[in-house]
Design a protein around this ligand. Sequence first.
Ligand code: SF4
Ligand code: FES
Length: 357
Amino acid sequence: MTEPPLALLAELTHRCPLQCPYCSNPVALNGPGEELSTAEWTRVFQEAAALGCLQIHLSGGEPMARRDLVELTAAASAAGLYTNLITSGVLMDAPRLAALRDAGLEHVQLSVQDAEAASADRIANLPGGHAKKLVAAQLVRDAGLALTLNAVVHRQNLDRLPDLIELALAMEAGRLEVAHVQYYGWALANRAALLPTRAQLDAATATVTRARAELRGRLVIDYVVPDYHASRPKACMGGWGRRFLAVSPAGRILPCHAAESIEGMVFPNVHDTALHAAWFGAEAFTRFRGTAWMPAPCQGCANAEQDWGGCRCQAFALVGDAAATDPACALSPHHHLLAEALDEAASSDSSYRYRRL
Ligand code: SF4
Ligand code: FES
């Protein structure tokens, strides 16, 4: 039986002052003129709550670029959703954060690009950005809101993972998410500059294991491992159409924030489809739900209901077929593509193609 989703990712806008080369937004970004209005988002939040969602992640782009963010936060909270803001922090100030808290905001996830300012600012292509994030963390703490630090890691910052953990402690974050870059969209375009080496990954995994033991009770560390050194894929999104749904700035209802990277898939839009109808009935959601759609070698595999065949966006990005077994799986006939990409990255320079509207 299909259960309702747990959480809605509301991508309020694709506008953002940062230009991270691993951005999970689609390469073809939505312009400001396409964005849903305050009233449309409010209806979406109410539909999400009625559908059974418990949490909402207000995200982007940079959600603080929306002038109506306080109103939107109030609408999400009034709908009964636990409200989390995923932000770069560079547009934050004390009065706005106080207004968001008073509107019902409960949690802030603050992204950092690195522990070292010059490198962080180069990754985001925003001089002075890192310093603003340090101020934002202090503001979140002063406002009494729960704070998670998000660190996306890759070849060019992974060696400073111990410093990122120190930064999370200094910011008094309750949680640190260490997420290796996932390679679709912008990140795929920058893959050769971002893929970590095996030695870097092993050192990082040891760092996380040690820190988790030492910091138990002080800091929770979530760790998303990179597919390119794996032999089994991750259960991406907890399985397609099983736990999460996302709505893009232009109103497309997506089973995954990166699903628009799958060419040829048609997604319903909140302009003409209710979230309930999309979740239970739209082909975009039912197509890869469960295990019946799976090809060999997933069909009959003992792991089929653990990893759900891996990531559909990655299968499309690497094989050109979203219905293929994720090449991160050693049983995939395309698994060799990952080793080839690692070889290519080993001899590549570190220049970025920045995310731009
Ligand atoms: Fe997972 Fe499919 Fe690989 Fe089995 S064959 S481990 S189900 S991706
Ligand atoms: Fe879309 Fe994995 S990122 S299914």
